[in-house]
Every structure is written in C-alpha cells, then in structure tokens.
Write a protein that binds this ligand. Structure first.
Ligand code: ZN
Length: 72
C-alpha cells in the first residue's frame, strides 16, 4: 500500500514560469527606401523594399520564438 508520503516534489525543470520575459519586441525600421524588422533580442531581418514584408519578417521571428505577435 502506497502512502501519501510517496508524493515527491515536482520534477525539476518542469516548473511553470509565471513571469514572461519580454525580450522579443520587434519593430519595423525604415531606412531610406528600405525597411527592416529588428528585435530587442538582437535579431534583425534583411532590408526589404516593402514595409509589409518587414512586418511579415517580424511576425515570423515572433512565431519562431513562441512570442505573441506584438509587432510595434
Ligand atoms: Zn527576438
């Protein structure tokens, strides 16, 4: 018969973090006739002639990192 005392602590590495680091803040920057997306984590996309493409780059980066799409 197994007692209640057998319930050990939660497995390490599976702790649910409630604090969400807000590292990925992407914004689209325009430079001359080009625009590119850059992120607070240091990532940036190549220059695009279309601001819309830059926004897609930004959204893709956020998706890859599992962040919410909070493109500025
Ligand atoms: Zn990022």
């Amino acid at each position: 018969m197994k007692g209640v005392a057998e319930q050990g602590p939660e497995a390490p590495g599976r702790a649910s973090r409630t604090d969400r680091p807000d590292e990925h803040r992407v914004e689209v920057v325009e430079r001359g006739s080009f625009s590119f997306a850059q992120c607070g984590c240091g990532w940036f996309a190549p220059g695009r002639r279309s601001r819309d493409k830059s926004r897609r780059d930004a959204a893709g980066h956020l998706a890859e990192n599992g962040a919410d799409s909070n493109v500025a």
